[in-house]
Each structure stands twice: as structure tokens, then as C-alpha cells.
Design a protein around this ligand. Structure first.
Ligand code: FMN
Length: 429
């Protein structure tokens, strides 16, 4: 067995990660209705810290309470008060108890804010998410002053995380959330300095990164999660991503995590979207059969010298090792396997060959109704249902200390819906 995955990784800021395995960001929904971290979050991250990953990425932490990706998100929209400082510090302490890194992922959901959180979320332009089901409201275009305020909040949030004992931060610019909406010509129709050519569409991201870097100083890890592409016609393409990666390197970013897709085109989960996928110009290797974005990272390594983390689809240890030895990835992100197998990194480091692929065994519909998956709108619904199964596992880990992989997708959907309803009603004044 090779020890490629056990090698430490030193980042440009000087910090060293103990190994090449990362727990990717996964929304937890375990904060209070006001966005304060809870003992359940501490239990969850304690388990993950014990699991052996070199770095744990938190689920997305919001900079605006009116723009949650989901009720139960942690929210840091101002300098924290004493109670919030204490809650963040306890969370960070549990999440680093094995000497691993713990980075907070900072986000603003923009138009991908659920309607039950905000009927009219702010976004680069008034362009609604193109999904059936009416889950998202009609967005309103941000003013320049509002964009400047969001940029400032990214800095405030990063400083709060650093003071609480987090060991790094990640700016979320992927998956169709606000900064990713700015990057895409499909969701950004602005004609001011934040829209139009790529340099303008990347401005909100680059300003946010600059605000974060100046808040945390030069020695603290700052990473960005970036789409290799949105995989949509007329959207953010791989050529754009290559350029933005170079600008991010120039802005002092320590590591870029490569992912891809949006709610409209959930390529990040390896799932087909409602519209046809826009193929990107990249050389294909056999690695890509399993790891969705590794070939994009291989091509990106030729343009930037900072480390790249690649997330999406990795299940075989051999593929992870090859991704690193081929020079494509410096760090491997693991998502869904960690929702049940919290010690997947330790198991891989001890020689486990392959992680379970829960997603291929799960379905919203029983086998006799599986023909319904052929209907696009139902397929989208089923994708959300399977996602809720992973949410439910995370909820169980936080509340009971163990997952329940025997739960059906239907039961998980009901559980997540009722938890969400409870959080929304708790929030009402
Ligand atoms: C339950 C769940 C929650 C997620 N939440 C986030 C999130 O908060 N931020 C983020 O950047 N990606 C999020 N993702 C995407 C993962 O970070 C990762 O990119 C994706 O699961 C693909 O990796 P995998 O094939 O190893 O699961 C989430 C994925 C899942 C399954």
C-alpha cells in the first residue's frame, strides 16, 4: 500500500495539513433557528475529527440571516456577541480535538435561498432559479451599496471564525450560490462594474477574498470553492474558471477546491440536471469515470501553482492516489461517504480499498415506480429526496451519535421537512 494519502501538505500561508484527505463542506441544519452553533454540531464534528481527515470543512455559514441556504444554517452576519463567540469556540474546539484543521465555509445563498426563508432574495440580477416546484422566490437585483456590504460581511465572518479557533476559511463561490451567480452570465445580467465581461463578473468574488484575507492576515489558510464550470449553455465555462483561478492565486488564496454545477445542473453530485449538459473542453482520462472534476484540476494545475483540492465522486483509494500522483489533485474531498462512515479517512489510511456508494442504492421511488425517474421534473424531486437522506444521516450523527443507513428516502424526506418546519416556526417572533 502506498502512503500518498498520508503525506502532509504545506500551504502557501505556511500552515500544514496532516494528510491529503478532507471532509468536504456539507450543510448540517443543526444550528438554532437564529443561526447559533449547538452541542449537536459539536458532537458531529467531534466524530468527524476522530475520523482522521486532515481538514474538515464546515457546512456553509451564512453572512445574511435572510439568505440561508437552509434553516438551521450557522449565521455570522455581524461581530459576534459573547454567547455566539462561546458557541463558535466550543464548536471549533470539538472539531479540532484530534489536531486536524477545521475551516469555516462562508456563503451567501443569493437566489438559491428557499422561498420559505425569503420570498424575494437578493441576487446579482432578477433572474429566478429555473427549477420546477416553486421552491425559490423571485429575486431582486442587489444595489452596489448592498454588494459592498456583503463583501464587508465576508471579512467580518472570517475574522469571527479565526478568533473562535477555526484554523482556516473557505469562500463559497461554487454550486450556484451568490458569488457563483455573479460569475455566470445566465444569472448575472448587470451592466455596471459587477456585470458584463468576466473581470466584472469575478469582481464580487475577488473583493470578498480580499476582505477575508485582510481580516485574517497572511498566515491563515484562505481557500475558495470554485466551479470548474456550471455545465449550462451560456453559463460559467471551464475557460472562465481557468482565468478566475489565476486571479484567485494573485489575490493570495492558499488553495482552490474544484467542484461544478448548480441546483439547475447538479453535476457536483454526479447527477443529471433538467436541461442538457453543456460539454466542456477538457482532456478526458480514465480517472474521470469515478472522480467528476479531476481532469479539470489536471488542466488547471498548468495555470496555477497553488494547491488544488478536488471533490466529487471519489470512492476508490487507488483513484485518490492516482489523482495526487498524476499532479491533478493535492487534496481529496470526501462528501457523502462521511455521512455514514465518519472515519472513512482513517479507514482509507489503514488500507481500505473502496468507500461505500450509498447514492447508487438510494431511490425516492420503489423499483416498480422507477419508470417515474424518466420524467425530468420527478427526477429533480427524487434528487432532492436522496439529498435529504444524507441530511437525515447528518442530523442523526449530531443528535444520536450514529447514522441510520436503514432509513428510507421517503422517511428521510419527511424528517428533514419536519425539522425545517420546526426551525422556521421557532424563528417567528
Ligand atoms: C448532504 C450534503 C450537503 C452539502 N452541503 C454543501 C455545502 O454546504 N457546501 C458545499 O460547498 N458543498 C456542499 N455539498 C457538496 C459536497 O461538498 C461535495 O461537493 C459533493 O457531495 C460531492 O462529493 P462526494 O461525491 O464525495 O459526495 C453537500 C453535499 C451533500 C451530500
Amino acid at each position: 500500500m502506498s502512503d500518498v494519502l498520508a503525506q502532509p501538505l504545506t500551504l502557501p500561508c505556511g500552515a500544514t495539513l496532516p494528510n491529503r484527505l478532507a471532509k468536504a463542506a456539507m450543510t448540517e441544519g443543526l444550528a438554532t433557528s437564529r443561526g447559533v452553533p449547538t452541542p449537536e454540531l459539536e458532537r458531529l464534528y467531534g466524530l468527524w475529527s476522530d475520523g482522521g481527515a486532515g481538514v474538515l470543512l464546515s457546512g456553509n455559514i451564512q453572512v445574511d440571516a435572510d439568505h440561508l441556504e437552509r434553516p438551521g444554517n450557522v449565521v455570522i452576519d455581524r461581530e459576534p456577541d459573547a454567547a455566539m463567540r462561546q458557541a463558535l469556540a466550543s464548536w471549533a474546539e470539538a472539531a479540532t480535538r484530534n489536531g486536524n484543521h477545521f475551516w469555516g465555509q462562508i456563503n451567501h445563498a443569493g437566489r438559491q435561498t428557499q422561498k420559505n426563508v425569503n420570498l424575494h432574495p437578493k441576487a446579482p440580477s432578477a433572474v429566478k432559479v429555473g427549477l420546477p416546484g416553486g421552491q425559490f422566490g423571485e429575486p431582486v437585483a442587489l444595489t452596489v451599496a448592498e454588494i459592498e456590504d456583503i463583501v464587508r460581511r465576508f471579512g467580518v465572518c472570517a475574522a469571527a471564525l479565526q478568533q473562535a479557533g477555526f484554523t482556516g476559511v473557505q469562500v463559497h463561490a461554487a454550486h450556484g450560490y451568490l458569488l457563483s451567480q455573479f460569475l455566470s452570465p445566465r444569472s448575472n445580467h448587470r451592466t455596471d462594474q459587477y456585470g458584463g465581461e468576466l473581470g466584472n463578473r469575478a469582481r464580487a468574488l475577488l473583493e470578498s477574498v480580499t476582505a477575508v484575507r485582510s481580516a485574517v492576515g497572511p498566515d491563515f489558510p484562505v481557500s475558495v470553492k470554485l466551479n470548474s464550470a456550471d455545465f449550462q449553455k451560456g453559463g460559467f465555462a471551464f475557460e472562465d474558471s481557468l482565468q478566475v483561478a489565476q486571479w484567485l492565486q494573485g489575490a493570495g488564496v492558499d488553495l482552490i477546491e474544484i467542484s461544478g454545477g448548480t441546483y439547475e445542473q447538479p453535476k457536483l453530485l454526479g447527477v443529471e440536471g433538467i436541461e442538457e449538459e453543456e460539454k466542456q473542453h477538457v482532456a478526458h482520462s480514465t480517472l474521470m469515470r469515478e472522480a467528476y472534476f479531476v481532469d479539470f484540476a489536471l488542466a488547471m494545475q498548468e495555470k496555477v501553482s497553488i494547491p488544488l483540492m478536488v471533490t466529487g465522486g471519489f470512492r476508490h483509494r487507488e483513484v485518490m492516489e492516482q489523482a495526487i500522483t498524476s499532479g491533478g489533485a493535492d487534496l481529496i474531498g470526501l462528501g457523502r461517504p462521511m455521512c455514514v462512515l465518519t472515519d472513512a479517512p482513517n479507514k482509507l489510511l489503514q488500507g481500505l480499498q473502496e468507500l461505500p456508494r450509498y447514492e447508487t442504492q438510494l431511490s425516492m421511488f420503489p423499483p416498480w415506480l422507477s419508470f417515474l425517474n424518466a420524467i425530468k421534473a420527478l427526477r429533480t424531486m427524487a434528487t432532492f429526496g436522496v439529498q435529504y437522506w444524507f441530511y437525515a444521516q447528518i442530523d442523526r450523527l449530531g443528535k444520536q451519535g450514529q447514522a441510520d443507513p436503514s432509513m428510507s428516502v421517503f422517511a428521510a424526506t419527511r424528517l428533514v421537512m419536519s425539522l425545517q418546519k420546526q426551525l422556521l416556526s421557532d424563528k417567528k417572533p
